[in-house]
Design a protein around this ligand. Sequence first.
Ligand code: HEC
Length: 81
Amino acid sequence: MAADPRNGAKLYNQHCSSCHGARGQGAMPGTPDFSRGEGLRVANASLLTVIENGSGVMPAYRGLLSTQDILDVISHLRTFQ
Ligand code: HEC
């Protein structure tokens, strides 16, 4: 199924924006600035793995978000650049 950026935006605002900021610029120290492409210069498969497993203080989303939901969020991340 193709990614749905609208669903991705909704999920991003619910689950990610508190740390990553409304425009992906980062809202806490140590977060990549998605608007500058930081953390995004990798394939979607790698981003999927990071988001499923978490990284440092970032929680794991496996079980909370489906693979399709995460792919939707990734398509939203790619609109920040
Ligand atoms: C509790 C705060 C927090 C939340 C919530 C959070 N993140 Fe993160 N995220 C971080 C931090 C901090 C880093 C830097 C990770 C590191 O240093 O290992 C990061 C890194 C990333 C990266 C780059 C990973 C890399 O290896 O370069 C991506 C992509 C990402 N987050 C996506 C998301 C998405 C999508 C969500 C919501 C589903 C989310 N994050 C929720 C804090 C958070």
